[in-house]
Ligand binder design. Structure first.
Ligand code: MRU
Length: 330
């Protein structure tokens, strides 16, 4: 039986990916022999969450490197294909740049050093999650009720998670007493994945529809909002799951601290503000299938951006592995 809170597992030259599309109903594992299967898993959201996507892609490159006829060029081709899978999350590009660097280094056996680099990227993300959790918990008072969004836990990272890692550690240290989880439409990463993690960890939790967040904040039940990030610009503008911006506005109105927890590998210091970034738009079907009968109706358009931009001014602080940070980032 595999540990499903470790959704990427390298075993005897193969990568096993927990298929997150099937959760929470079933735990199904995808066996990957080639980088192409990994690329498809990223595109179809079988594996998702900015840090985990980067790690999966790194292992994808390792699979390319261990093919019998592998050359520098064939691994570079695989890296290029993996880079095309999702445009917004920064970790994918950060981690693949590191893989590329190792492939280009002279000396050593290609397959071995590429796999070693993928493992190193995985282990480093795990360590960053622990450090983020430690710093985040330092911000909290005893017994807080917190609100979170999307999934930022073990299913989204190489370790215990970013925002959800803070919550997990906070619960162990009695800083967190209850977690409210937004459903996170259209793909319900909150209701399907975060709840699944919280239930397994026996952390008391309540799911709400996304449109209940204002009413919940108005009850004074929430002491803090913690979310993750897919890409953070130098000025602190943060791209995260669509709906994050709405939560940040609501938190500001209700004077509830709103924090972004993310590893430094999510920061893109090459962009001054998030306006410079491409926001992934996904297939309309993802939204339509969530509403019974909608597929039969004709004559309307669908807008389905996967992410939105929260302006830096709405974010109280950034929790990274280095500590509590404020923009501009250098
Ligand atoms: O489309 P997804 O499910 O990959 O989006 C995930 C998010 O937006 C997460 O909040 C983000 O990647 C941070 S995960 C630590």
């Amino acid at each position: 039986m595999r540990d499903s809170l470790a959704p990427l597992q390298w075993e005897k030259g193969e990568l096993w990916i927990l298929d997150q599309r099937k959760l929470p109903a079933r735990e199904v594992w995808i066996q990957c022999h080639t980088y192409k299967t990994v690329a498809e898993a990223i595109e179809t959201l079988a594996v998702r969450g900015a840090p985990l996507i980067g790690i999966a892609a790194a292992y994808g490159a390792a699979l390319a490197a261990q093919q019998k006829d592998a050359t520098r060029e064939s691994i570079m081709e695989a890296i290029e294909r993996l880079r095309q899978t999702r445009p917004t999350g920064h970790n994918l590009f950060h981690d693949l740049a590191q893989m590329e660097h190792v492939v280009n280094q002279r000396g050593g056996r290609l397959a071995e050093k590429v796999l070693a680099e993928a493992r190193r990227i995985h282990a480093e993300d795990m360590a960053r999650c622990e450090a983020i959790a430690g710093h985040g918990v330092g911000l909290m008072e005893e017994g807080e009720q917190v609100l979170t969004y999307c999934n930022t836990g073990a299913l989204a990272t190489g370790g215990i998670g970013t925002a959800l890692g803070v919550i997990r550690k906070g619960f162990l240290e009695k800083k967190v007493s209850h977690v409210f989880v937004c459903e996170t439409r259209p793909l319900a990463q909150g209701a399907r994945l975060t709840l699944w993690e919280l239930v397994r960890l026996k952390i008391p939790c309540t799911v709400i529809c996304d449109n209940m967040a204002a009413a919940l904040m108005g009850t004074d039940e929430i002491q803090r909002v913690l979310v993750g990030a897919d890409r953070i610009a130098r000025n602190g503008d943060t791209i995260n799951k669509i709906g994050t911006y709405m939560l940040a506005l609501l938190a500001a109105y209700h004077e509830i601290p709103f924090h972004v927890a993310a590893p430094s590998t999510t920061m893109d210091l090459s962009i001054g503000s998030a306006e410079e970034m491409e926001i992934e738009e996904r297939d309309s079907w993802e939204l339509i299938r969530g509403v019974p009968g909608l597929a039969r109706l004709q004559g309307y358009d669908v807008w389905n951006p996967a992410f939105d931009i929260t302006p830096a001014g709405l974010i109280q602080s950034f929790i990274t592995e280095r500590g509590i940070e404020e923009p501009p980032f250098a």
